[in-house]
Design a protein around this ligand. Structure first.
Ligand code: FCB
Length: 474
């Protein structure tokens, strides 16, 4: 695809959100501060062999104690919107009942600090740190967890909606359900396909119940959800490859988009998973609850999947650990030789355009926000103490150009949150992957803005940036 027709300045619409995103367990630390209860990520990270190097979020970026410094940093970087998540077990240590005063006070102080710095707080209620007590009672595969989530959401909304306008229920329910309950690569580390599908449904149901209950207490709030979305292309035009692409697109994208925005699950996907899915947990009114009207959709975009039929036949059964999506034995995830980030993810900015266009065409009209996009590279300070990260600068330039193009194409894209403000705890990879605009030296907790932070700051201040190449092909 050819973007733009020459050098010049790409300006974004007035009010465009120049944001950064983080998540509670990845940056906060302070896991025993206040009345905070244990989360599934505390338990998982402290289980031997689950996280690279035995890393945990016990201290992370110590943001719990350094949030003032971090908000000041954001202000310096020209950040207009800050997407962060609330740790459920900090607010409800056991996953139900009254909110913990110390936990609420922490978020309340953070929000005040943001507002004083003229930064819009963009709250995510669930970014994967389920109270361990709820997992002990069965976790997301149990319907009651959806009700617990709605209760938590309503209480927190009641407490903070006077200062927080934008509410995201869940971050990436696909990851929470499938990486957590089928692959076991994320907390709680279970390997059970049937449990993962039940989890996906109850996450969506929890979202719907939460939006319904929070909206009943409206107060000028906007409600949405964040999904990780990908274009999924067949590697060839054979019927087998096209069917694998249909199935993977179904599991990763449509299983979530369709009930949220079209009122029901895609029937082909339900057919695909029939061998492992006893659908009796999907009750008559559930799809209607899940399909609550939304004020925005958050899109996390990192890469594209190109898939081909694999050598093994499709065999899924309850309790079987192999994954029924990217990486399963009956399919191949084809690499195209594009540059990759430190995660091994191919850099494919055009894929973002495809995702946004598809949403606009097939699921619109709905205001969109890119709620995560960014890249890990192994950045370290040079001898002068500077962190040079030209790969990330280029990555951001390419993806923000796509965002600009999407807006020019008439897509209602209102903001863009870079993943992420600070290098942080990258889940099963521990501290080995650095996604931050700002470098963190973990032993000293020193923060050093990278070159990409300066690029971002300039772009945010100018509400746009200069395009350096002419007629770049992506
Ligand atoms: C997303 C997660 C986020 C971060 C990025 C790299 O899937 O939402 O927490 O780990 O990936």
């Amino acid at each position: 695809m050819t973007i733009g027709d020459g050098a010049g300045v790409l300006r974004f619409p007035d009010g465009f959100g120049w944001g950064v995103a983080t998540a509670s367990y990845q940056i906060e630390g302070g896991v025993r501060e206040g009345g905070r209860g244990e989360s599934i990520w505390d338990r998982f990270a402290h289980t031997e062999g689950k996280v690279l190097g035995g890393d945990t979020g016990d201290v992370a970026c110590d943001h719990y104690h350094r949030y003032r410094e971090d908000v000041a940093l954001m202000a310096e970087l020209g950040v207009t919107h800050y997407r962060f998540s609330l740790a459920w077990p900090r607010l409800q240590p056991d996953g139900s009942g009254a909110l913990d005063a110390a936990g609420l006070d922490f978020y309340s102080r953070l929000i005040d600090e943001l507002l004083a710095a003229d930064i819009v707080p963009w709250v995510t209620l669930y970014h994967w740190d389920l109270p361990q007590r709820l997992e002990d009672a069965g976790g997301w595969p149990e319907r009651d967890t959806a009700h617990r989530f709605a209760e938590y959401a309503a209480r927190v909304h009641e407490a903070l909606a006077d200062r927080v306008r934008h509410w995201t229920t869940l971050n990436e329910p696909w990851c929470a359900a499938f990486l957590g309950y089928a692959e076991g690569r994320h907390a709680p580390g279970r390997q059970d396909h049937a449990a993962a599908f039940r989890a996906a449904h109850h996450l969506l149901l929890g979202h719907g119940l939460a939006v319904r209950d929070m909206r009943a207490n409206q107060r000028d709030s906007t409600f949405g959800i964040t999904l990780n979305l990908y274009p999924v292309d067949p590697a060839s035009d054979t019927e087998q490859d096209r069917d694998v692409a249909r199935r993977i697109d179904g599991l990763m994208n449509r299983l979530f988009l369709d009930p949220l925005l079209r009122g029901g699950y895609p029937t082909d996907v339900l057919g695909d998973v029939a061998p492992v899915l006893d659908t009796s947990h999907i009750r008559a009114d559930d799809e209607q609850i899940i399909g609550q009207p939304l004020d925005f959709l958050g899109v996390n975009y990192y890469t594209r999947h190109v898939v081909a039929a694999g050598p093994q036949p499709k065999v899924w059964s309850p309790g079987q650990p192999a994954s029924p999506w990217v990486g399963s034995s009956d399919m191949i995830n084809v690499k195209r030789g594009l540059p990759t980030t430190d995660m091994g993810w191919e850099v494919d900015p055009a894929g973002l355009h495809e995702v946004l266009t598809r949403l606009h065409r097939e699921y619109g009209p709905i205001p969109l926000h890119v709620t995560e996009n960014g890249a890990a590279y192994p950045d370290e300070p040079d001898s002068a103490g500077q962190v040079r990260d030209p790969d990330r600068v280029r990555y951001l330039e390419q993806h923000f150009r796509i965002a600009h193009q999407a807006i020019a194409d008439g897509i209602d894209l209102r903001g863009y949150f870079v993943w992420t403000l600070l290098d942080n705890f990258e889940w099963a990879w521990g501290y080995t992957k650095r996604f931050g605009l700002v470098h963190v030296d973990y032993p000293t907790q020193r923060r050093t803005p990278k070159d990409s932070a300066r690029w971002f700051a300039r772009a945010a201040r100018n509400n746009g940036f200069e395009v350096r190449e002419r007629n770049e092909d992506h």
